[in-house]
Design a protein around this ligand. Sequence first.
Ligand SMILES: [Zn+2]
Ligand SMILES: [Zn+2]
Length: 129
Amino acid sequence: MICPECEEEFPDTISTCWDCNVRLVPSLAEPEFPELAVVCTILNETTAHIIKGFLENESIPCQLENISFHAGPAPVADLMKVRLWSKKEDVLRARKLLQEREDVQICSSCETEVGFQDEFCGHCGEKLS
Ligand SMILES: [Zn+2]
Ligand SMILES: [Zn+2]
């Protein structure tokens, strides 16, 4: 993360520049608010990080948003959900790259990760190809 004022770099866990008191941005080269869109929803945080690394290797910057349901004192594994965002213009390419992967299957209807052997989406009932 970088401060748009003083261009100081900070670790990802910091969101505000201590000196300038402004919000940090991921990169100065990017427009301040690029149009983002959801590439897919992933049900496992480990897979989400693998996919993020994979797409970033293909020069598609992406962000993970944890939308897990935190009702109890401990996260419930079944309700673990991570949304993967990328720039709008990269979404189609990102989905295509994911389709080519042999260890990940994304439902084409609801864009949720499903088991690679599944024939039907467990979330929306779509028949998977
Ligand atoms: Zn600063
Ligand atoms: Zn689905």
